[in-house]
Unconditional design. Sequence first.
Length: 435
Amino acid sequence: MAIDFSIRKANSRARTGRLLTPHAEIATPVFMPVGTVASVKGVPQDTLEELGAQVILGNTYHLYLRPGVETVRRMGGLHGFMSWRRAILTDSGGFQVFSLNELRKVSEAGVTFRSHLDGSSHFFSPESAMEAQIGLGADIIMAFDECTEYPADQVRMRESMEMTARWAARSKKYFEEHKQEVPWKNGPQPSAFSPQQNQIPRSARNDNDGASRDDSAAELRSAGQPRAAVPTLSEAAAPTCSEQTQSLFGIVQGGMDRVLRKESAERTIEIGFPGYAIGGLSVGEPRELTREIVESTLEHLPKDKPRYLMGVGTPEEIVEYANLGIDMMDCVLPTRAARHGLLFTSEGKVSIKQARYAQDQGPLDPNCGCRVCQRYSRAYLRHLYASNEVLAQVLNTIHNLSFYLDTMQRVRHSISLGEEYRFLPGAGFDRDLEL
Ligand SMILES: [Zn+2]
């Protein structure tokens, strides 16, 4: 295996842990910002590092279409291409293709779909999705699955779940036969341009969950190093796990049926993966149903493996699911909401476009330490948004990501103390989130 997962502290269901990947050590539970086309929209990589992002997500469907897998592979994979030193996870393309609706055709062999860019026809199979993800070179890659639509009848949910199980076996077979083709198989390659890979994530520095202990050596190393120093390979590679290959995670499907979810979990575990994801949720079902399916599916997943809930959620949801024992989550909400002027703060949601902020000299969130809240007023942020300035999107996104990442850090800290983190009542993040 190319990851190593250890649990540091577990209370009832929640747990904190450490996930070692070839490019980074990740404190869990973790929130993963979404960088669809090898870019977290509006946020440069050095700012992501400053915010404490430990792992980001890339979308295989988008990167396959543009710039193309071969281009990325030649640049050393996504890490080299986008100059990102920490961990990356790519999805399999299954969910993105599922989202194309009218533009796709599913068969046992795979999915034929049309590009949203130019209408050209393409085909993804479990094998080609693995080939693409190996070329992109993320630390963690995902089995090719079929996301069942909601609502779906019993026959459809079963057929879809069984197809996902067969595709999972094909994904693993191809991956095992080709994993040595990853662009950084001889160890993570240093980018020519990034001198600060030893910078310690704020989350790791501040956590009291034990992760900081392991970073002390790296922190000492970086302390005496000139900022402009060009890294050596060994420095670029730390901290890592011993075997430098990717890891392939399986995905549990089964629609909104608890029995099918159990069967999907058992069949996926039987194939055997170093981590398991719960897919096919947040597809339009009521939130209570999402929670019910997550809770029941978790009962069937191995406790000693990382558990990843895909595409979730609001600030309250990421806290809720971390408390249920989910280790990894991703969602476009903080970045997408930011671009629509919707900001998450310790005092609840702020719609910065509102005229009431036009004369407001206070910070966006008085309890936030991010560079936006430290420097700019609500009045200025409102003005930027009203003027349709690019900087509005940049600053809003930086704050929202900071809020999510800091929230997860607080969750880890609470779990390490044997407590359960909760937002203050009335934060109301879940209401009026339609963008
Ligand atoms: Zn802030």
